[in-house]
Design a protein around this ligand. Structure first.
Ligand code: DQA
Length: 146
């Protein structure tokens, strides 16, 4: 069955709820995880919710996803703007990928306005707060049904 997805979170997202609430809201990482698990279950998806602050670890997670998951939802956080390694790893994953940002990166500092992954992903969601995760799960389920 085409129903296994992974949600990959990059650096500092483990501190959601504590860091810059004006950008990222008050939902904590654990609360977000619960919300994502619940929504995925409701839609018949099996989900793995992961986070790392380490670039190489994220590359490993993406590489290993090739044989384990049917789709990736990724908030690469700061590595979105800097990591060719994460871009290259995602490019090897030949199944649907959704890029996600809680904040609107195009309304923020200039260095955040460049994503190194946008042109290789299936689609993206940004600026809709942590609700973006729910929207991404719904979209991924539709992509996998096709
Ligand atoms: C972020 C935006 C990035 O620029 C930032 O470094 C983050 C979070 C977002 O979800 O809005 O850590 O990806």
């Amino acid at each position: 069955m085409n129903n296994k997805i992974i949600i990959i979170n990059g650096p500092n997202l483990n501190l959601l709820g504590e860091r810059e609430q004006s950008q990222y809201g008050s939902v904590t990482f654990d609360e977000l995880k619960d919300i994502c698990l619940k929504k995925s279950k409701e839609l018949g998806l099996e989900v793995n919710f992961s986070q790392s602050n380490i670039e190489g670890e994220l590359v490993n997670i993406i590489q290993e996803s090739r044989n384990k998951f049917d789709g990736i939802i990724i908030n690469a956080a700061a590595f979105t703007h800097t990591s060719v390694a994460i871009r290259d790893a995602l490019d090897i994953f030949k199944k649907p990928i959704i890029e996600l940002h809680i904040s609107n990166i195009y309304k923020r500092e200039e260095f955040r306005q460049k994503s190194l992954i946008s042109d290789i992903v299936t689609g993206g969601i940004f600026g809709l707060g942590s609700d973006g995760y729910i929207l991404a799960i719904i979209s991924m389920q539709k992509l996998l049904k096709k």
